[in-house]
Write a protein that binds this ligand. Structure first.
Ligand code: PMV
Length: 344
């Protein structure tokens, strides 16, 4: 429950970004997925949103690092309107949200996932709603993949016969995870920090008339079944196979779409080739994946952290490869922290 002191409530929501192993690419209706997706929740790459609330008349202000910005701002307003429509009690407040991301812009980490999860969780806290399903449902309406950032470690979004409590409306925990995959690391290799040349809206749109869409949605389901079994058994070979095919399928869809987009760069492919040969030669428990951009995520077993980081650092220091690195790890979903005491 949000605490008001002298008519003002001050709290922060910390919401992580997530990286999909099974990709959501293609949507229908009110932001519903054409296939189920499965992601790992990150720890360090997150959005921190401070909420300052006082009694008022339903004025909503959204700031990014202290100033109003066009773009994310309008998405944030739309989400506020949706939540206030379902919970009109919110209209008795004036709400100022000041958001910042802990990760650099253009790092290939989805800020809409963490940003929308933080916003949904904070606004719903004002209506005393903490049920993760509801938070996830509204986060989804802000940005599809955001619904997965509410949950710890691994989250699944989309109805699947393999998880009876799964739904297209919200994400849920994937709890049957072998010790091999707990606290999995994610080394992010930034080969380009240029803005994405295709918005995810345009990317999803591509799937509405893509010649391979129907088969892609079926294959995503098949891949999900293989991944769930691998996660349960601790099967790295299975995870590597599915995870890397999913990344390449996402990019193939873009390349063979109408219009066609190429979001990988030569550096992405060069890295993939080097990585696969090092990984296979040294039997490293690690797999790459890609988001809708050129940067690479190297998912790896907790026990492989040193080997993976040492190899990446060496690759870069020897100038065999130009990139920046960010190291992350699987962690907790969105959290709300009361700041009113710190303020007094
Ligand atoms: O949530 P959106 O609309 O930004 O779409 C995210 C799409 C991917 O990041 C490419 C895949 C995913 O499942 O996160």
């Amino acid at each position: 429950m949000v605490r008001f002191t002298k008519g003002v409530a001050l709290f922060e929501v910390s919401a992580p970004s997530n990286i999909a192993l099974i990709k959501y690419w293609g949507k229908t209706g009110n932001q519903l997925p054409c296939n189920p997706s499965l992601s790992m929740t990150l720890t360090h790459a997150k959005t921190l949103s401070q909420f300052k609330v006082q009694i008022g008349s339903g004025k909503f202000t959204f700031l990014l690092e202290g100033s109003e910005r066009i773009g994310f701002d309008s998405k944030a307003h739309r989400l506020w309107e949706k939540i206030a429509e379902s919970y009109p009690a919110l209209l008795k407040y004036d709400v100022v949200v000041d958001s910042r991301n802990t990760f650099p812009h253009g790092a290939g980490i989805a800020s809409s996932a963490s940003g929308m999860a933080a916003l949904a969780q904070g606004l719903l806290a004002l209506a005393d709603v903490t049920d993760k399903k509801v938070v996830s449902d509204f986060a989804r309406q802000g940005s599809g993949s955001a619904c997965r950032s509410v949950f710890d470690q691994f989250a699944l979004w989309g109805k699947s016969e393999h998880l009876p409590h799964s739904s297209d409306l919200y994400a849920c925990d994937v709890s049957n995870i072998h010790a091999e995959f707990v606290n999995m690391g994610d080394a992010i290799v930034i080969v380009s920090s240029r803005e994405k040349s295709v918005s995810s809206t345009a990317g999803h749109e591509l799937m509405n008339h893509h010649p391979y869409a129907k088969r892609r949605f079926e294959v995503a389901r098949e891949n999900l079944a293989i991944l769930l079994a691998a996660l349960e058994k601790g099967d790295w070979e299975g995870l590597i196979d599915v995870c890397e095919r999913e990344a390449l399928e996402l990019h193939s869809m873009m390349m063979t779409g109408r219009p066609s987009y190429t979001l990988m760069t030569p550096a992405t492919l060069d890295f993939i080739i080097r990585f696969r040969s090092w990984r296979d030669e040294n039997k490293v428990k690690a797999a790459f994946t890609l988001d809708a951009g050129p940067n690479i995520h190297v998912l790896h077993a907790h026990s492989e952290k040193e080997r993976v980081e040492a190899w990446l650092n060496e690759l870069i220091s020897e100038k065999k490869f130009e990139a920046r690195l960010l190291f992350d790890v699987a962690g907790l979903g969105a959290q709300t922290i009361d700041l009113s005491e710190a303020q007094q």
